[in-house]
Design a binder for this molecule. Structure first.
Ligand code: S3P
Length: 169
């Protein structure tokens, strides 16, 4: 089976959806941000602060090449900017999780750990810039995706089922 690659904006729920899919299937999941944090032994926030965004993007590309070469039959959740790696489509079936910007922000703010969720994301510090980034990225997410899933107003269990059903087709 091909890998499943979950893409989408920060906070849309890629990690939560991945964990739900794992529960509902025999798939094992990897997360590109987790791989980068363990490669570097520091948090994404620290990598941005200490090395800058460009360095972080180079790590995403490195992880992307490794995934393409070495990983099969796995569910891969990604950071919000990972969709830009040049070999994305060669890694697996690309599933874009979509929700309106407002829904995403509401989702983060209503989380019990809201402050931490916001703090750990360098590109969510300035809301004006974040909206711009969302508007800029939205058409590209859609374009690069094999499957688009609208996650707004849906139960997490249903989202996972929908993805599993659609990737099998
Ligand atoms: C980023 C999203 C983050 C993380 C980094 C950059 C982005 O991941 O990779 O802060 O460019 O959108 P999440 O989508 O899990 O927040």
């Amino acid at each position: 089976m091909k890998n499943i690659v979950l893409i989408g904006f920060m906070g849309v729920g890629k990690g939560s959806v991945a964990r739900e899919i794992v529960k509902q299937s025999d798939l094992v999941a990897l997360d590109t941000d987790d791989i980068i944090e363990s490669m570097e032994n520091r948090r994404i926030k620290k990598i941005f602060q200490q090395e800058g965004e460009e360095y972080f993007r180079s790590l995403e590309k490195k992880v992307a090449s490794w995934l393409q070469k070495e990983v099969k039959g796995t569910l891969i959740s990604t950071g919000g900017g990972f969709f830009k790696v040049p070999n994305l489509k060669k890694i697996g079936t690309v599933v874009y999780l979509h929700a309106p910007f407002e829904t995403i922000i509401e989702r983060i703010k209503s989380h019990p750990d809201a402050e931490k969720k916001l703090r750990k994301r360098p590109l969510l510090q300035d809301m004006e810039k974040a909206i711009k980034l969302y508007d800029e990225r939205y058409p590209h997410y859609k374009k690069v995706a094999d499957i688009v899933i609208d996650v707004s107003n849906k139960e997490i269990g249903d989202i996972a089922q929908e993805i599993l059903r659609k990737v099998k087709k």
